[in-house]
Design a protein around this ligand. Structure first.
Ligand SMILES: Cc1cc2nc3c(=O)[nH]c(=O)nc-3n(C[C@H](O)[C@H](O)[C@H](O)COP(=O)(O)O)c2cc1C
Length: 336
């Protein structure tokens, strides 16, 4: 507690370092496009340059998607995202590793054992969030097939406390994005000045607020807001279809968790059907605020339903999937 107070809101953070091999780089900009954050400076025809944001040395979530989409393996990442001190200190072990479900000794190339994995395992390890979509509608019967996978998800008390809103109307998606961005931009400006600087009073305010709203005020998503702000509000990355997953607040136990499990069934089923998906949470918080009551009404969202998350879905533009490294959570083995 005292530690949090003294270190304040701004965490001491180690970021992964992204390096781009200029010889290999094709200057296609796919890494820039797929990055969930405002993570690269880039001009068409140039090699992208990793950048920082809002006082952080790197605007990077360590997802590795830039490495997965790169057509020439030009990007390498080293180190991990690790918050060493303060309010957001994490409990990961800062040990980044590729999938190793067979517990093989030493670093083994995924391709050498991938054939031994089940289809479900391969989908789990190879699926990446897709932010590059073809301009091609998803047929209704394919969407229905994805929703059906959600319907058969496990839920507490078998309550199935969810409802879906599927939107293909691009005008409506853009309206949603720009309404959500109004709130998000206000938040961002409260956090940083327009020139990206953070005056002391803003740090102090956020330090204070983070005690009450720790999940809402993690600084990492702010760089995703910056990206949307720079891309005409495109929170949904021009996906041809979005699915909102609503929870029925009356569901037993934990309807948010039920909705999340249901969503992941859909994401994996979509992947198996050759679709790409990306969870989009950025727009959900604003959607649930009183400011967007009118828009909620337009979508038919009313009590007892509330949006939990959303999925952007469409056909991937080029290769998106691929294995990436992940950090290693602590595990307590008991009784072994
Ligand atoms: C609940 C949830 C909300 C998310 N919201 C966003 C979002 O608003 N924008 C975005 O680009 N990615 C979003 N993501 C995707 C994450 O950034 C991504 O899952 C993470 O970086 C790991 O990458 P991977 O999905 O390729 O493994 C979200 C993921 C989850 C699970």
């Amino acid at each position: 507690m005292f530690d949090s107070l003294t270190k304040g809101y701004l965490p001491e953070t180690d970021f992964p370092v992204r390096k781009i091999d200029e010889e290999k780089c094709t200057r296609c900009g796919r890494c820039v496009e797929t990055c969930p954050t405002f993570g690269f400076k880039w001009q068409k025809g140039e090699v992208p340059i990793p950048r920082g944001y809002g006082g952080f040395s790197q605007a990077c979530l360590n997802c590795g998607n830039c490495t997965a989409v790169c057509p020439s393996d030009a990007i390498t990442m080293s180190g991990s995202y690790s918050v060493r001190e303060g309010r957001y200190k994490n409990s990961l072990q800062a040990q980044m590793a590729f999938p190793n479900p067979m517990c093989l000794k030493g670093e083994k190339d995924y391709d050498t054992f991938k054939e031994e994995l089940t289809d479900v395992e391969r989908a789990i390890y190879e699926r990446r969030s897709n932010r590059l979509f073809k301009d091609k509608a998803v047929p209704r019967e394919v969407i229905e097939r994805v929703l059906e996978a959600g319907r058969f998800a496990p839920s507490a008390g078998n309550c199935q406390p969810y409802k879906f809103v599927v939107i293909q109307d691009q005008k409506l998606i853009h309206e949603f994005e720009s309404l959500a961005m109004k709130t998000l931009r206000t938040f961002k400006n409260l956090y940083l000045d327009r020139d990206g600087k953070k005056p002391l009073w803003k740090s102090t305010l956020f330090t204070f607020l983070s005690y009450f709203m720790i999940n809402k005020l993690d600084p990492r998503p702010f760089t995703a807001i910056e990206k949307a702000d720079n891309r005409n509000n495109r929170i949904y990355f021009d996906a041809p279809c979005i699915i909102l997953i609503l929870k029925d607040k009356r569901g037993v136990s934990n309807p948010d968790l039920d909705a999340g499990i249901c969503a992941q069934n859909m994401v994996l089923s979509a992947h198996s059907l050759g679709l790409g998906t990306c969870y989009i949470g950025l727009s959900i918080e604003p959607l649930n605020y009183p400011l967007m009551a009118g828009f909620r009404k337009k979508l038919g969202i009313r009590h007892p339903f509330e949006a939990v998350t959303s999925i952007a879905m469409g056909y991937p533009k080029g290769k998106i999937d691929g294995v990436v490294k992940r950090d290693t959570p602590q595990v307590s083995w008991i009784g072994f």
